[in-house]
Every structure is written in C-alpha cells, then in structure tokens.
Design a protein around this ligand. Structure first.
Ligand code: TNX
Length: 542
C-alpha cells in the first residue's frame, strides 16, 4: 500500500515528453534520469538577446507550473554546463523552427537552428512538466526531435464584431505560443467598426469605431441600443506587435476592402458611391455599401491607411480582405462605370466587369504594397477577379478554392469553414453551448483535416503554406467565450500544423490531451471540457 502511494507521488513529478503537438521522435537514451531542481541554471549564449529572452521565459514557465525558480546565466560556449538546461543554436539543423531536446543524467540541451526553434523546444519542455508545486522533476534521459510540417501555423481573431482589449490579445498570443503557432491574422476593420488608429484619418476611430447597438440573438433585426466600440491606439498596436515578436509570432493585419467597409464610410461618406450618409452597421452579414473605386481619392485614402499599417506591422504580409463585396453600388455608380470604360474592361467567362474592377482595384493595392516590399493575402473571392499569382489566397469557402488557387500558381493558406471556423459550434448539442455562428466543427473533424488535399498534384503541394482557424466574433462577446471556442480545438489544429498525416492518431491525441488541459486549467483559461469525453464523440459520429 505504502509502496503504491510512494510510486504514485514519484510518478506525479515525472516529465512526459508525449506532448501536443507530438514530437516527430522521442528516443530513450540509456542513462540515468536528470533531476530538475531550482538549483539548476538555464544557460544561454552570452550576448544573444533573443536567447536571453527565451531563457527568461523558460524560467517563468517552469515557475508557473512547478513553483521552482531557476536562474538564467549567460555563458561562453566553452563553459561546462553540467547540471543545467542549456539553450543553444545549431546551424546544422534543417528546419528554421525545428528543435532538438537532449536529456542526459548531466544536463538538458534545447537546440534549434534559430531562437524560434529553441522557443518551440522550450514550449515542448514546458508541456512535458507535471503541473503543481514540487521541488524536483524527474526528466527521463531521451532525445526529442521535431520539425513543423507547415511554415504558416495560424490563428485569426476578429476584434471588430466584438472588441477585445490589448491584454486579451496578448493572452491569445500566449495560448498560440503554447500550441506552437506562429501567425496571428488580426481582423481590424469591418462594417461594424474600425479598430486601428490612423493618424491621418482620425474620424475612422472617433466615428467609425462606434456603433449604436449590437444585434440581439441570431442576427435578428433588433439591436440592444447600447453604444458599443473601441479601438487600438498605435502605441497599443506597437506593444502587441512586440509581444508577438518576442514569441516568434508574426501578426498579419487585415484591412478588409473594398467591401466590409461601413466603419470607414460612416466616418468619410465621400468614399462611398452614394455619398451616404452611412452608419456603422448594427447588423451582421454582408452590406451593399462598399468603397467607390471610381474616384482617385478612394485609392489615395486606402494607400494612406496602408502606409500607417505598414509602419506598425513589419511582417511581409498584409491582408487586404476582398471577401463578400457586392457590386450593386458599382453597377449604379457613374464614376465606377466610367472607370470600367476608361480601363477598357470587358466581361469574360464568369467574370463581370465589376468583378474585374475589383481585380483592378486589388492589383493597385497589391502593386502599392509590393513597391514597399510587402505581399498581399486575400480571401478566395480574389480568384474570381483576375489578380496575379503574387497574391496569397486564403481558402475559406471550403478547401476547393485553395486547391484551385494552388493549381493556378498561388500560394494558399487553408482556413475552410469546415472544420476550421472556430466560431462554429463544436457539437450538435447546441442548446447547451454558448451561442455560436452555426455549423458543427467537432474536435475530431479538426483533427482529421489535412490542408493538402489528397488529390492535389505533387508539383503543387508546396503552394499550401499551412492552415489557420478563424474566430469571427459576431456571437463571441468576452474572453472566456473566445477561449471556450478555441480550446481544445487549437490542440487538434496544432497537430494538423506540426505533424505528418501518417503520424497522427486521434485516440493517442485524446490520451495526451488531458495533460495539456491541466495546463489550461492552471492558467485559468476556459475550455470545453465535454470535448474530452469519449461518450460525446460516439454520439457525434454519423
Ligand atoms: C464569413 S470568412 C465572413 C465573415 C463572417 C464569417 C462568420 C469571410 C471572409 N467572411 O465576415 O464573420 O463568415 O463565420
């Protein structure tokens, strides 16, 4: 009896390297265990600021989970680092973001080709730790190696339909880091609000940042009549971008155009075809009023906005939206029709002259951004607008547009509504769930998704840069609800993003998940506990 108890206690303090996402290899080494204690130091190469920062983060993570405090120490490579966790760079490693953890009785080495790789190794080590106060963690001798399958491992967050403060966005980034993700697609402008301060156009946030009320229920015609809004100042954005960069996450801002623009039109009605007046929308859905691209001042406006956006976001990609852009106003607008004439656009195939006008407008922005060394990402509607292949396509209306885009030579990011819309329900039992957009994307459906369609020809597969889940927030009003929608589905997505399909195994994932969930609990994050139960899954299967 006593022996059982002692073993149980010892077990509790043992690391388990079978984390989520599961590393490519975990090979035992014939050696004694390493004993992780607060006397161990975390060594990093002296003078390397990134490595210093990740060393301090590792110390913080260990303290969060076990209450042991380990100090960090800069070292010259020759230092004998026995009894330590040493962080190192190994230029011979193949993948920029891959990692190798070697645990022997003497020390733990976390190596990467870049600090980003070391950071992902740190996340793995963190997830292997037991949760709860302790003075020693037994680390079995082993070598753990992992390389991500995709370079683009994203999450999206809509901060327009509901606004979330900077602290919430930072916690979202923390959750992404824990799951090995590296791209945040940040949806900042839409019909229901403009959320990014633009110095040249202050009314965008003064007027466009606020709506008179928020829809009640499921896009009913009734709103609550309570003024709602908010925006990020440029200082806040810089701070968030730095926070992301510190975690090797690139933020891709989205300024949706030419549709989903009522926030801007309410502030500057002269940018619309009818001249307004317009109101920041108190409904969800697709609005008919979009930017009037028949006038040069609209193009100048967008370029001015993009100038400030580029200053704030140093990453290679800017998302210019392009989705759900009705053309009824353009059909009636003399200026837009004149532009079509001047450009000599003629309808061909399935493409109307107005679709081609959207293509022309998009290309203008694409070229403007290209002249500043940036690339555009747009929703898959761009495939119907004759844009050239330097535009990266985000496939959302299913996976088929992505395959089509890849065949045409576009790079593609897979975010199909099924199963990667995390604003959708995660069960058929919607009655007992917080209100969601609709649909049903279960944990298993997310897990089973393969971003590279089985029939995509081998020569086109490299165009699939990766996958991302989208979190639209029409019905998501607060941070616990965001977390409920993403956890634990993000865990399933992490394995889609990191692992080769042949290595994935849902049952095995489910067995590894509870430990990750213990970490969610430890940080006080909300998650959907029912997704862990086997019973529900059986009900969900057809
Ligand atoms: C479609 S995805 C939209 C969003 C909505 C979302 C709701 C996309 C490009 N457009 O505007 O919020 O559906 O799931």
């Amino acid at each position: 009896m006593l022996i059982t108890v002692i073993t149980a206690v010892a077990q509790e303090h043992r690391a388990d390297y079978r984390v989520v996402p599961l590393p490519d290899r975990i090979d035992g080494i014939k050696d004694k265990d390493f004993l992780l204690k607060s006397t161990c130091l975390i060594d990093y190469p002296a003078g390397n600021r990134d490595m210093e920062r990740v060393a301090v983060m590792l110390s913080g993570y260990i303290e969060d989970l076990t209450s042991m405090h380990l100090s960090t120490r800069p070292v010259k490579s020759s230092t004998n680092n026995s009894g330590c966790i040493s962080l190192s760079l190994d230029p011979k490693m193949i993948n920029d973001e891959g990692y190798r953890i070697t645990v022997t009785s003497k020390n733990i080495e976390i190596a990467g080709k870049t600090p980003a790789g070391v950071f992902h190794g740190i996340q793995s080590l963190r997830k292997s730790l037991p949760v709860g106060q302790t003075t020693t963690v037994i680390m079995p001798a082993a070598q753990i190696v992992s390389n991500p399958r995709f370079g683009y491992r994203g999450m999206h967050l809509d901060c327009v339909r509901h606004f979330f403060d900077a602290e919430t966005v930072k916690r979202y980034l923390d959750i992404m880091a824990l799951h090995g993700m590296n791209r945040l697609h940040w949806h900042l402008t839409d019909d229901q609000g403009w959320r990014i301060e633009i110095k040249k156009y202050p009314r965008l946030t003064e007027v466009g940042g606020w709506r008179k009320g928020t829809v009640l229920g499921h896009n009913s015609p009734v709103n609550d009549g309570i003024r709602y809004g908010g925006y990020y100042t440029q200082d806040e954005i810089r701070d968030i971008v730095q926070y992301a960069t510190d975690r090797f996450i690139t933020i891709i801002p989205e300024v949706d155009m030419p549709g989903h623009m009522l926030g801007a039109l309410a502030a500057y009605p002269e940018l619309g075809c009818t001249g307004g007046p317009y109101e920041v929308w108190c409904q969800w859905g697709v609005a008919d009023d979009i930017l009037c691209v028949g006038q040069d001042k609209t193009l100048q406006f967008v370029k001015d906005v993009l100038d400030e956006v580029m200053q704030l976001f140093p990453g290679e990609y800017i998302h210019i939206g392009g989705d759900e852009s009705p053309r009824v106003r353009w059909q009636q607008c003399p200026r837009c029709q004149q532009r079509i004439k001047d450009l000599g656009l003629t309808a061909h195939g399935k493409q109307s002259v107005e679709a081609l006008l959207q293509g022309w407008f998009t290309t203008q922005m694409q070229q403007y951004l290209a002249a500043h060394g940036r690339h555009i990402i747009g929703w898959d509607e761009l495939l119907g607008c004759d844009v050239d292949t330097t535009a990266t396509i985000m496939s959302w209306r299913g996976a088929e547009p992505g395959a089509e885009g890849a065949k045409l030579g576009h790079d593609v990011i897979m975010t199909p509504v099924g199963p990667l819309y995390f604003d959708y329900y995660q069960t058929k039992d919607t009655w007992n769930e917080p209100t969601a957009f609709g649909g049903c994307n279960t944990l298993k459906k997310v897990y089973d998704f393969d971003p590279v369609a089985a029939d995509l020809p081998a020569g086109m597969r490299h165009h699939i840069l990766g996958a991302q889940a989208n979190v639209w927030t029409e019905y998501i009003t607060c941070e616990p609800q965001i977390q409920y929608q993403i956890l634990p589905r993000m865990a399933a997505l992490a394995e889609v993003q990191w692992m080769e399909p042949a290595a994935k195994d849902y049952q095995d994932f489910k067995a590894r998940l509870p430990h990750l969930v213990d970490i969610y609990k430890h940080y006080g994050w909300t998650y959907r506990a029912k997704s862990l139960a086997v019973e529900e899954e059986e009900q969900e299967q057809p």
